[in-house]
Design a binder for this molecule. Structure first.
Ligand code: 5GP
Length: 203
């Protein structure tokens, strides 16, 4: 018996409230060659050290609106008053080529992908929620990060409290501990998803 198996790529979606440790986790995952990291578009200004085309494609509101009208986004959302969007074509190409893709998006974006009308996208999805320890710890982490003003931190904490309720909507939840533990848990999820029988295609 000579069976040739292949599979389509997996769309790993990671969501978490600001300060939950998601960026650190995603940065660590980006260092590996396990998947392609999808760079989102945003209308928020770059933070110190952020690189255009690497952290985000930083766009003006007009540029973002143009791309939205042209139908370039798989999903988009308004987060904390700024627009964010995931570019569709590079993701679909990678998934069809059997390459796994990692996207870091908010809970609205994850809900859009869960309800996406193309079954290929829905089947590719493996969504993971990173649950932060608690709101006080989040406040400490955001304050320590120092990239937001106190007023912006309060806005993010209100959003975080609302988002933390949504962990049940995700296939996986990682209760955030140390970066090493979070990374190991993510790798376990990745491994299991890659061996799902339903993901295999027999030539
Ligand atoms: P930040 O401004 O801190 O980089 O990101 C704020 C929030 O926007 C985070 O929750 C992040 O996951 C989310 N985000 C980043 N890119 C996208 C995207 O393309 N789509 C959606 N829906 N959310 C995004």
């Amino acid at each position: 018996m000579n069976k040739e198996f292949s599979r389509y790529g997996i769309l790993f979606v990671v969501s978490a409230p600001s300060g939950a440790g998601k960026s650190t986790l995603c940065d660590a995952l980006r260092q590996t060659r396990d998947f392609v990291y999808s760079v989102s578009c945003t209308t928020r200004p770059p933070r110190a050290g952020e690189i255009d085309g690497e952290d985000y494609h930083f766009l003006s509101e007009a540029e973002f609106a143009e791309r939205l009208t042209a139908g370039e986004f798989l999903e988009h959302a308004n987060v904390h008053g700024k627009f964010y969007g995931t570019l569709r074509d590079p993701i679909l190409k990678n998934l069809h080529d059997g390459v796994d893709v990692l996207i870091d998006i908010d809970t609205q974006g994850a809900a859009t992908i869960r309800g996406y009308d193309d079954v290929f996208v829905r089947q590719a999805l493996a969504d993971v929620f990173i649950l932060p320890p608690d709101l006080e710890e989040l406040r400490r982490r955001l304050t320590k990060r120092g990239t937001e003003t106190p007023a912006q931190i309060e806005v993010r904490l209100v959003t975080a409290a609302r988002e933390m309720e949504l962990w049940r909507d995700y296939r996986y939840t990682i209760i955030s501990k140390s970066i090493e533990e979070d990374l190991q848990k993510f790798r376990n999820i990745m491994g299991a998803e890659r061996y799902l029988s339903t993901r295999l295609v027999l030539a």
